[in-house]
Design a protein around this ligand. Structure first.
Ligand code: OGA
Ligand code: MN
Length: 292
């Protein structure tokens, strides 16, 4: 029997009573999909999926895409991105570090992915939690005055600018990378394509520039919005067990990985990604769409 249990008062739903590899009645699938849209993340526990089953289950929520780190996609199933600190024959089999700052996946793309589904295969006994924040709840908690002050703003997202924040361990950006990573602009407030509700779309750690504002106005405003978005009341911290699946909605949630002792423990996860579209805000005074 399908059972939908809130993770907290503001974010997330645990889906119980479902084997994600089996047939799921259409009526149940509709309720699961709606819970994803309404609460921004879903948790399924005690699951066992092959790579093919993982991809097939992801398709229930949208079209599957792959946009990052192709060197860490599974050879046998290129839609699966491996996050792992395990090495075989002296080579890492996956990306050992994943998003340790607040972010929404692919924010730097013109058409960022709608969702991501992470499946835990082996997890450390401590550390390596993933935190999530509900950006719809955060937007709705802002004062009406602040909501209207920010609804028209656009943010310049630069993959080059974000690199040292996201990956302090990697070498500096090369000229070739710089040339192939043009900046994009996205609305600071976005309208969810399915629910029509508005969410903050601010990123969490990089001091992004707000288009058209001088630095002395842009910097404190983006910092305020970013700090507001991750107030503990909007967040849920997931302590992983092997067999967990978390599906998050990149249009309405941010997430952040946390440290674990990689010398001592393995952390091995598989991720799939769901195609999205160009973020837009509907109904703002001077709404624009598309990347500049
Ligand atoms: C990701 C990501 C977080 C984690 O896969 O996009 O940010 O805890 N992962 O591994
Ligand atoms: Mn991520």
């Amino acid at each position: 029997m399908l059972d939908l249990v809130p993770l907290t008062d503001t974010i997330g739903t645990e889906v119980r009573g479902v084997d994600v590899t089996g047939p799921i009645p259409a009526r149940d699938l509709d309720r699961i999909y709606q819970a994803w849209i309404d609460t921004t993340i879903l948790l399924f526990r005690g699951q066992r999926m092959t790579q093919e089953q993982h991809v097939a289950f992801t398709r229930r929520f949208g079209e599957v895409v792959s946009y990052t780190r192709p060197e860490f996609n599974e050879d046998t199933s290129p839609d699966i991105l491996v996050l792992s600190n395990i090495a075989r024959d002296g080579r890492l089999i996956g990306s050992p570090v994943s998003g340790r700052v607040w972010h929404s996946d692919g924010h730097y793309l013109p058409d960022p992915p709608a969702g991501s589904m992470l499946y835990a295969i082996e997890v450390p006994p401590e550390g390596g939690d993933t935190s999530f924040t509900n950006m719809i709840a955060a937007y709705e908690a802002l004062s009406a005055r602040t909501r209207s002050a920010i609804e028209d703003l656009r943010v310049v997202i630069s993959r080059v600018q974000s690199r040292p924040y996201n990956y302090p361990d990697r070498p500096p950006v090369t000229e070739a990378e710089r040339a192939s990573w043009p900046d994009v602009t996205h609305p600071l407030v976005r309208t969810h394509e399915v629910s029509g509700r508005r969410a903050l779309y601010c990123g969490g750690n990089v001091p992004w520039r707000i288009e058209g504002l001088p630095p002395e106005r842009s910097a404190p405003l983006i910092t305020f919005v970013q700090e507001f978005a991750v107030r503990p009341v909007f967040t849920y911290r997931h302590r992983w067990r092997a067999g967990d699946i978390v599906l998050w909605d990149n249009r309405s949630a941010m997430h952040r990985a946390s440290w674990y002792d990689g010398e001592r423990y393995h952390r091995h996860m598989h991720r799939t990604t769901i195609a999205g579209g160009v973020p837009a805000v509907v109904g703002a005074a001077r709404a624009t769409t598309g990347a500049a």
